[in-house]
Design a protein around this ligand. Sequence first.
Ligand SMILES: C[S@@+](CC[C@H](N)C(=O)[O-])C[C@H]1O[C@@H](n2cnc3c(N)ncnc32)[C@H](O)[C@@H]1O
Length: 208
Amino acid sequence: METMKKKWDDRYARENYAYGTTPNDFFKEILDKYNLSGKILLPAEGEGRNAVYAAKKGLTPFAFDTSTEGRNKALKLAAKENIEINYEVGDFFELPLTKEKFDVAALIFAHFPPALLSSYHKKTAELLKPGGLIILEGFSVGHLELRKANPKVGGPDNVEMLFSLDSIKNDFKEFEIIQLEEVKVELHEGDFHNGVGKVIRFVGKKPE
Ligand SMILES: C[S@@+](CC[C@H](N)C(=O)[O-])C[C@H]1O[C@@H](n2cnc3c(N)ncnc32)[C@H](O)[C@@H]1O
């Protein structure tokens, strides 16, 4: 866990924003399409690009990550944009934000070690209010081949950290599926996501 934290802290300690300062395309598309309001949970939020966009759209972001440098950069971005975000550093299961309930949750390239992945998904689902929406984009198992051909596209090289249509259906069993697909996308996100990748995109609604 410590080496994982160091990897991300090192990446975020640079001046540049590793995945840029503009929101992820799919996240933006869904926020722009549905008139969402209330509190949004953003696990593994990194340098804050999506939290800042959510705040601009009138949502109240509650982000967290294990990276202290990620939080520093996120708060810097929020201050530059003159908006406020809540951002905690630490382990999901011990954070004060787990006392809240959320209208929306977004998992954007939130790839965790296999021992944590399903429990993080279940915890995220549990923290949504009835009728709450989950938005997820993450690299699929099929992405590995593309990553091998072009490492600049990024993403984990451990197949157990990647998603499939079945793993998402399984982790969010009770959710109504609004959108679930595996698609090829052209990514241009900062210095670390560049090129064609394969992702799972999911929008699901927790039962009322
Ligand atoms: C690819 S980055 C995605 C960042 C952000 N969601 C985005 O799209 O810009 C993955 C993030 O997962 C975070 N992370 C890794 N393991 C974690 C854990 N166990 N709990 C919380 N965050 C974690 C890393 O620190 C990193 O910020």
